[in-house]
Each structure stands twice: as structure tokens, then as C-alpha cells.
Design a protein around this ligand. Sequence first.
Ligand code: GSH
Length: 199
Amino acid sequence: MDIILYSAKGSNSSERVEWALNFKRIAYQRIGVTSAELSTTYREINPYGYVPSLSVDGTVFSESMAILEYLEERFPSSSLLGQDLNEKTAIRRVCEYVNSSIHAPQNRTVLGFLRPELDEVSKRELRGAWILRCLDILRPTICLQSNYAIGQAFSLADIFVASIYKKAIQHGAASQPFYEQHLTHIRQNQRVLEAEPNT
Ligand SMILES: N[C@@H](CCC(=O)N[C@@H](CS)C(=O)NCC(=O)O)C(=O)O
């Protein structure tokens, strides 16, 4: 099987897919897409102009959540989507909140369109503040049964939460004890730690 992950440096959505591929021990080739390529040649691979995209034997998939659902169905071992329907739905709820409500509004293109007057420093501050504001709302709804975000095991919910938290820190936001503890806990799982991409 020929699997190619199209990714970009610092891409939060790509990190999710890379973490899942590594955790499931799926072999793949990673191709870095530059900023210039995102708006030009890469559009032939993903007309939306976003990373990640995943090519499997020549068929290209895009949108991180759709890719992750595909990986889960195609490679069900080392499941990242929970034990039963209630747990799966809770995991999807967290992923959807992170993907749509937290990540999307602070996306570089979206922010550039909506707030073109802001300089890069102000944009970074705004992105970090937005993520932390939403993570505050998310906090009482996760890690209720264990130190994993949902249920008793590592899942896509942990990947989405940890990745977006790290993004806030990269933007210069202040560290948050609850999310630091979550990161520390999931990294105590050796397989999770080994699978975590270097971003
Ligand atoms: N909903 C998309 C979002 C993808 C996305 O926002 N990707 C960012 C990197 S994390 C990107 O490609 N940004 C390029 C740009 O804004 O020009 C997904 O989940 O895959």
C-alpha cells in the first residue's frame, strides 16, 4: 500500500493525522507543502488548499476528520474511536468542537480575511487567546472518567485536545495546569509518546 501524507510545517490539522498514523503503526511517506505551494500547485491535490491530504494508492482524501474516520475504518486495530457508541459520539463531539469551533476561526486564511488590519504579532496573540478561551469551555467536559479526554483510553479526542493546546502555547499563550497535566498523562503512555509528531 502506498500512503502519502501531505503536510506543512506547524500544521495543527496535519499533526492529528500524523499522530494517528504513527499510533496505528501505518507506514507512510510525508511530503512537506510550502506556503507558496498551498495556493498554487497543491490545489491540484486538494482544491480547498488546506493540509493535510492523504493519498492511499493514488486516491486522495482531505479534511482531517474525514481522513481519521477513513483510517479508523480501514485500519481498525489500535482503535482511536472508543469502545461503544456513546463513547464514540463523545469522542467525535470533542473532535468536532476542536476542529470547527476552536481551530477554524483562528486559521491563518480566515483570520487574514476577517482581520486584515492586524499585524502578525497581534494575530498570534488573538489566535492564542481564542484557543484558551475555548479550552476553558471544553475543560469541564473532558477527563471525567480518567486522565484521558474521554473514557479510559487514548483516543482522537486526546490527539485533538493536545494538539490545539500545544498550538496555543506556540502562539505565546500562558500554560494551563489542566492541559499540561493532560499532556503529561498521555505522554506517560509510551506508545502515545513515540507516536507524537515533532512539530
Ligand atoms: N478543516 C480542515 C482544516 C485544515 C486547515 O486549516 N489546515 C491549515 C493548516 S493547520 C492550512 O492548510 N492552512 C493553510 C492556509 O490557511 O492557507 C481540516 O481539518 O483538515
